[in-house]
Design a binder for this molecule. Structure first.
Ligand SMILES: Cc1ncc(COP(=O)(O)O)c(C=O)c1O
Length: 404
């Protein structure tokens, strides 16, 4: 396939600005296959994938994921939605047995957004309240309703469908005032804000949110969609002592890099039996055999102690190397993160964009944070080899140098 012909076709269906960006970054070949940390274009070019918006902690087409997928394809794909599904039941049993928060029930969905919507519905039904509190720089997805919880340009273009109050992280007084003066259904928080710039919420503030929620009958929703299932080298980033969320949402890595799947975990007795009613949430595709078989394999692979150790080891190496690169850069830069969730903040969105493009030209895929465009996201998969990690870090150093 002629790469420029592909870009023209891409532009016709997805828009010229996006296509021009791809072309500018030397990405005119469409992707066609991938394995592990590598992606291959239609013309045979290869890239290391340290981007992928957090989905590919297990890399592309991990052997354990493929084995589970092949087995499922030979047996059943979706579900009847009439009979109870064996794979979905096994998956939910597996997930809740691993959670540190004593949860007993799960609603399954397809996307992270859907999981957040389910969580909000549960909280609103359980409390009889409507207002939601989210954190500035938070990101929870882009459905029409969920967009109201985040920030950025999209919120300015849409009517707020959910009434939401936003507070700054560590605004203890602001949170206390809000929870005292208004009837809040839920506070939603990411343990480390991903799209907001890889900003960790300090554990004392998380604990304070938990205490105040419990004192005021407000539900605490923990969004582990980006941080959960091993991304930070720990099973769950919000696993800190004396902190008990009421509802937790998962997505991304749960799909094993192969399927869309999300989950909303909670305690039955807290939300009431009405919460189990399919009227609260259901979806044609959610909870099918294929997706839940793959997700079970994803849990087992990503949460295996040796895999988590490897994520920590790779993440520590990457972070210290990037901190050194940031210190010696000719412009202000800072690297931060946990495990394989790393952000490199630079002095302008333009420079961050250039770094992403210069890296792409040299064969490394990166992205920047959606609501914090000065932060380049560096999310290598946990299956990356030592040589591939070194190569990726070297490329980032060169890309920074090219923007000086
Ligand atoms: C923390 C968080 N919550 C929710 C979402 C939405 O997930 P999805 O894109 O699967 O709808 C994202 C996606 O980036 C996310 O990072």
């Amino acid at each position: 396939m002629q790469s420029n012909a592909f870009i023209d076709r891409y532009a016709r269906v997805f828009g010229r600005p996006q296509a021009t960006l791809l072309q500018f970054a030397g990405l005119s070949e469409g992707e066609v296959r991938a394995k592990g940390a590598e992606v291959e274009g239609a013309g045979g070019r290869r890239w290391l994938d340290f981007g992928s918006f957090g989905m590919h902690l297990l890399g592309h087409r991990h052997d354990a994921i493929l084995a589970a997928a092949h087995k499922s394809i030979d047996e059943m794909g979706l579900s009847t939605k009439i009979l109870g599904n064996c794979a979905a039941t096994g998956f939910v049993e597996n997930l809740i047995s691993r959670l540190p928060w004593n949860m007993d029930s799960v609603i399954l969905g397809n996307t992270g957004c859907e999981a957040v919507e389910s969580a909000l519905k549960l909280a609103m039904i359980a409390t009889g309240r409507r207002l939601i509190v989210s954190l500035e720089n938070g990101y929870h997805g882009k459905s029409l309703a969920i967009a109201s919880l985040g920030g950025g340009h999209l919120t300015e273009k849409l009517p707020p469908l959910i009434e939401c109050r936003k507070i700054r992280a560590e605004d203890y007084d602001g949170l206390d005032r809000l929870l005292q003066s208004e009837e809040i259904a839920a506070v939603i928080v990411e343990p480390i804000q991903g799209e907001g710039g890889i900003l960790a919420i300090p554990p004392p503030f998380l604990r304070h949110i938990g205490d105040r929620c419990h004192a005021t009958g407000t539900m605490l929703i923990l969004d582990e969609i980006q941080t959960g299932i091993g991304r930070t080298g720990r099973p769950w980033a919000g696993e800190i002592s004396d902190f008990a969320p009421d509802i937790v949402v998962f997505g991304k890595v749960l799909g094993g890099g192969l399927v869309p799947i999300s989950a909303t975990a909670f305690r039955k007795k807290q939300v009431g039996s009405g919460a189990m009613d399919p009227i609260v949430h259901s979806s044609s595709f959610a909870g099918g055999t294929f997706a839940t078989t793959v997700a079970t394999a994803a849990l087992e692979t990503a949460l295996a102690p040796n895999f988590l150790d490897r994520v920590t080891q790779l993440g520590d190496k990457a972070l210290s190397s990037l901190q050194a690169v940031a210190t010696s850069a000719s412009f202000p830069a800072q690297a931060r993160g946990a495990g394989l969730m790393i952000g490199l903040e630079v002095d302008s969105a333009e420079r961050a964009g250039l770094i992403v493009m210069e890296a792409a030209k040299r064969g490394l895929l990166l992205t920047f944070c959606l609501t914090a465009p000065t932060v380049v996201r560096i999310y290598p998969p946990g299956v990356v080899s030592d040589e591939q990690l070194d190569q990726g870090l070297e490329t980032i150093t060169e890309a920074l140098g090219a923007t000086s």
